[in-house]
Design a protein around this ligand. Sequence first.
Ligand SMILES: O=c1ccn([C@@H]2O[C@H](COP(=O)(O)O)[C@@H](O)[C@H]2O)c(=O)[nH]1
Length: 269
Amino acid sequence: MTTQQLTSEIRKKKSFLCVGLDIDLAKIPSSFLEEEDPIFEFNKAIIDATHDLAVAYKPNIAFYEAYGLKGWTALQKTIAYLNENYPEVFTIADAKRGDIGNTAAMYAKAFFEDMSFDSITVAPYMGKDSVEPFLSFENKHTILLALTSNNGAYDFQTKALDGKPLYHQVLETSKTYVNSEQLMYVVGATKAEYFTEIRAIVPNAFLLVPGVGAQGGSLEDVCKYGMAANVGLLVNSTRGIIYASKGEDYAEAARAEALKLQQQMERFL
Ligand SMILES: O=c1ccn([C@@H]2O[C@H](COP(=O)(O)O)[C@@H](O)[C@H]2O)c(=O)[nH]1
């Protein structure tokens, strides 16, 4: 999917909501545990209940790896279900990969070719040759961690390197990479006070913004300070949506939470 198609989908749905799919078997309704593939069945129910309110879905790969082969199978079925039934949604493999070039190329092949995700999150720490293999895939997007939502972000990301905060260096240096127009960046909703300076460096890049809902970030502030001419925002909520209820009304509750966020977003579009 191109970023132009993503922006037009955002305008059509009046939403830049990304629903996270981080499945913890201890948190889903117990009735699913009788299914052969509880993770996939739960994902399918959440996707069906929210697809008209969301433009993106983001499984965090850790939650699938944790269940071994069954988890990987559920992940493959989930991405195939999204691509077959809702090809208009943008898919994000939240894998936070990063390694030397030939290894990075294999990560890219796994997530872009084998599983057909539209994008993957990547740690920028190992630099240009660890990122460019992802950028060589046409119409696929690499989402670099710039300023993350957690408190540990202050350990390194805001520290000065050559007189500028490290996250500035990540944004500026990555703009020089081959096919840099396919880059997007992770910026936490909990860091809303940084959005204006981030937009000064990457005015039109898409920002994946986790941290609203369970982590307490303000959607209002993200919209006020982070929005670009092409919208340029994908705001993620995971636990706040998928675990809105552990009862049999889990799908209605997830939809209600997604709708609340979509209605707030609509005011800014
Ligand atoms: O800076 C970051 C980068 C990634 N994440 C991931 O996003 C979701 C957030 O889940 P919530 O339940 O809405 O808090 C999760 O997969 C994180 O690993 C992040 O939170 N912050």
